[in-house]
Design a protein around this ligand. Structure first.
Ligand code: GLU
Length: 462
C-alpha cells in the first residue's frame, strides 16, 4: 500500500503573513488534498521576542479565508519543548551529541583566524570526542552547548522536487549547536523532531531553508528515520523585484479580503505564482487540485503583479453566480452602514461584469441605496438646460408607465423620437440623475432596479 501523504506548513509568527509566505501553505495544502493526504499546521514560535499571538491569528484567519484548511494542529513548538529534550537525550545516549565548552571569545578568535587564512569560518571540532583523542580540561562553572556530530566525509544528497539533485559535502558542514547552554534545543533539531513526530512525507517550503536541509537530513539519519521528500520553492518577489517582505510593503493576507478579493481567485493567482498547468491562467479550486503535482513547480523566482491579481479576481467574480456574490456584497455594504434589500442579487448580476473586486461591486450597489451624489463635472457636462424639456417629457411618460424594462424602454424611445435625440443624449443625463454616473449598463435595467419613486424624484433634481 502507498504511504499516505502528509505535508505541513510551518510558519514563524514573526510579522504578518503576506502572499509570499502563504504560497508556502498553498502548495503543501494542495499536494495533500490532491493525493488524499493530510495537511498539518505547525507554528514555529520559538523566537519568543519576535513571535506574537496577533501574527498567529493572521495566519489562521488568512488560511481559513483562503480555504487552506488543515487536518491537524495548529501545533506550537513552544509546547513541545519537553519532547525535543527527550529526543535530544536519546540522541546523546546514542553518542551523536557532545558537550562543547568553547567560549564565545574563543569562537570569535577561531573565526578571525580562519577568515584571515581565507577559510570558511566553521567550528573546528575541538571538543568532539574521537577514539584516542584527549579532550581539553573541562573549564569550571561553564555550561556547555551540545553539538551534533556531523558525519565526516561523504555527501548529503537529495532529489529536490524543484531544484533537482543537490549534493553537499559533509566536510562543508560543521558540528551544529543542537542545544543551548540552558539545555533548550535549537531550531534545526526541533524541525526534524516535528517532521518525524508528525510523520511528514513531503517537506514543501521556501528555498531560504535549503541550507538547513543537509543538516536536517543528517539529524534524521542519526535518529534512524526516513528522510522526507523535499521541495524548495523559489522566492516570491514584489513588484520592484525585491524579495517580498513586510518591510518593503507586503500586505497581510487578510488585507486582500478587506479589499474585496475572492478566496478562489487568490488561490488561482497564487497557484500560478510558481506552478503551471500548460497555459491555463484561470481555473477553479477543484481544477487546481485535480492538476496539482510537484512536477510542474517553477524553478525561478516568481514576481507578484497586483494588476494581474485584479484581473484574475475579475474573471472569478464574473463567473460567480449572482446569488453567491450577493452575501459578500451585502456584508461589504453593511460595513458602510447600508442595509441592502432583495434587489441586491439583481444588482450583482447587472454590474458584476464591470467590477474587479467585491468592493467595486458594492460601490455600484451603494448607488441604489441612499442619495445620489452628482459631481460638478457630470453636472456641467450632462445636465445642460437644453436637455431639460426632454427630461420633463420622459419623466411624464415614466410616471404613467408600468415599472418594467420594456415599458421604460418604450418611454425612452418615444421621447427620443419627439425630440429627435440619440439614445446617449438622453440616457447619459438620466443616468447621472438616477445613479450619479453617466456610464452604466442598459439604462432601462438600471432604472427598473432603482425604483419608480426614486427615479421620478431624482429626475427633478437638476
Ligand atoms: N518556520 C520557517 C519559516 O517560517 C519554515 C520552516 C520549515 O518549513 O521547515 O520560514
Amino acid at each position: 500500500m502507498m504511504q499516505k501523504t502528509r505535508t505541513r506548513f510551518a510558519p514563524s509568527p514573526t510579522g504578518f503573513i503576506h502572499l509570499g509566505n502563504i504560497r508556502s501553505a498553498l502548495y503543501p495544502w494542495a499536494f495533500a488534498r490532491a493525493t488524499g493526504g493530510d495537511f498539518v499546521l505547525r507554528i514555529e514560535d520559538t523566537d519568543l521576542e519576535r513571535s506574537s499571538q496577533a501574527a498567529v491569528d493572521v495566519i489562521i484567519e488568512g488560511m481559513a479565508w483562503l480555504g487552506l484548511n488543515h487536518d491537524e494542529g495548529p501545533f506550537y513548538q513552544m509546547q513541545r519543548v519537553d519532547r525535543y529534550k527527550a529526543v535530544l537525550a536519546d540522541l546523546q545516549a546514542a553518542g551523536h551529541v557532545y558537550p562543547c565548552y568553547m567560549s564565545i571569545a574563543e569562537l570569535d578568535a577561531l573565526r578571525e583566524k580562519q577568515m584571515a587564512a581565507k577559510e570558511k569560518p566553521r567550528y573546528d571540532g575541538t571538543w568532539r570526542p574521537e577514539p584516542g583523542k584527549t579532550l581539553p580540561p573541562v573549564p569550571e562553572g561553564v555550561q556547555p552547548v551540545l553539538r551534533f556530530k556531523n558525519p565526516i566525509g561523504g555527501v548529503v544528497a537529495w532529489d529536490d522536487k524543484v531544484k533537482g539533485r543537490i549534493e553537499i559535502s559533509n566536510d562543508e558542514l560543521d558540528d551544529l549547536v543542537i542545544a543551548r547552554p540552558d539545555g533548550t534545543p535549537t531550531y534545526n533539531f526541533c524541525v526534524v523532531v516535528d517532521d518525524i513526530d508528525m510523520a511528514i512525507t513531503h517537506v514543501i517550503r521556501g528555498d531560504d531553508h535549503v541550507n538547513n536541509t543537509p543538516r536536517q537530513i543528517n539529524i534524521f539519519k542519526a535518529l534512524g528515520k526516513e528522510v522526507p521528500v523535499y521541495a524548495h520553492l523559489p522566492t516570491v518577489l514584489n513588484e520592484q523585484g525585491e524579495k517580498m517582505s513586510k518591510r518593503n510593503g507586503a500586505k497581510p493576507v487578510t488585507q486582500y479580503r478587506e479589499e474585496g478579493y475572492l478566496p478562489d481567485a487568490m488561490v488561482n493567482y497564487l497557484a500560478r505564482l510558481g506552478w503551471s498547468h500548460g497555459d491555463d491562467e484561470i481555473f477553479s479550486r477543484a481544477q487546481f487540485l485535480e492538476w496539482f503535482n510537484l512536477d510542474h513547480l517553477g524553478r525561478s523566482a516568481a514576481q507578484f503583479d497586483e494588476s494581474k491579481l485584479r484581473w484574475v479576481n475579475a474573471q472569478h467574480l464574473k463567473a460567480m453566480a449572482d446569488d453567491a456574490l450577493e452575501p459578500l456584497v451585502r456584508a461589504r455594504l453593511a460595513k458602510q452602514g447600508i442595509t441592502a434589500d432583495q434587489r441586491l442579487v439583481r444588482i450583482c448580476g447587472l454590474f458584476k461584469d464591470r467590477c474587479d473586486t467585491i468592493n467595486a461591486l458594492a460601490d455600484w450597489a451603494a448607488r441604489f441605496y441612499g442619495d445620489v451624489v452628482i459631481s460638478e463635472e457630470d453636472r456641467a457636462t450632462h445636465l445642460v438646460p437644453a436637455i431639460f424639456p426632454a427630461l420633463d417629457a420622459l419623466a411624464a411618460k415614466l410616471a404613467q408607465c408600468d415599472w418594467t424594462k420594456p415599458a421604460i424602454a418604450a418611454a425612452f424611445k418615444e421621447t427620443l423620437g419627439e425630440f429627435a435625440l440619440k439614445m446617449p443624449q438622453l440616457a447619459m443625463p438620466v443616468r447621472v440623475l438616477a445613479v450619479g454616473t453617466a456610464h452604466t449598463p442598459s439604462v432601462d435595467a438600471v432604472l427598473e432596479l432603482a425604483g419608480k419613486e426614486k427615479i421620478l424624484a431624482n429626475l427633478q433634481k437638476r
